[in-house]
Design a protein around this ligand. Structure first.
Ligand code: ATP
Ligand code: MG
Length: 155
């Protein structure tokens, strides 16, 4: 797949991209977000929530809780691996979510890359000066290949 690349210039544009992206998601999908502090991972997840019919104000990085669950058209499971340890994830029974019936969004995926589902949507965010963010979406794994190819037409 050729990765889909977008440059956003404001919070609202990243929110809108996340919402549009949610339109291609299905139950059981995992979305792994990569990128430095403040690149907009949480904003993108807020957009995904909006696209799934969840009030985006409900979405906050699960910093003190290990994960958040938001009920929408499809439930959204929100993880942030910034401070989490592998044993915390195991204690949580994370596989029930990662391989469950909802959609999983994982911030700071680079922290525990070995535990990510092999097949996932890969979202890389980078600072691109002031309020600009470079956002690249691609897929990993055979099961998402066809949907990855169709992504460009849908965003
Ligand atoms: N184009 C943009 N897209 C998204 N956020 C932007 C943009 N321009 C500026 N911002 C600001 O950047 C910040 C992004 O914060 P956000 O919490 O989403 O980052 P994050 O990647 O989740 O960080 P963390 O690693 O701390 O979880 C917000 O304060 C937002 O207002
Ligand atoms: Mg965040």
């Amino acid at each position: 797949m050729r990765p889909v690349h977008r440059l956003t210039h404001a919070y609202d544009e990243t929110l809108a991209l996340g919402a549009a992206f949610a339109g291609v998601l299905k139950r059981g999908d995992a979305v792994c977000l990569f990128g430095d502090l403040g690149t907009g991972k949480t904003v993108f997840v807020k957009g995904m929530a909006k696209g799934l019919g969840i009030r985006s104000e409900k979405v906050h990085s699960p910093t003190f809780t290990l994960m958040n669950i938001y009920e929408g058209r499809i439930p959204l499971y929100h993880f942030d691996l910034y401070r989490i340890r592998a044993e915390d994830l195991f204690g949580l029974g994370y596989e029930e979510f990662f391989y469950g019936n909802g959609i999983t969004a994982v911030e700071w995926s680079e922290r525990l890359e070995a535990l990510l589902p092999r097949d996932h949507w890969h979202v890389l965010l980078k600072h691109a000066g002031d309020d600009a963010r470079s956002i690249t979406i691609s897929v990993r794994g055979e099961s998402l290949r066809a949907r990855g190819l169709a992504l460009a037409e849908k965003l």
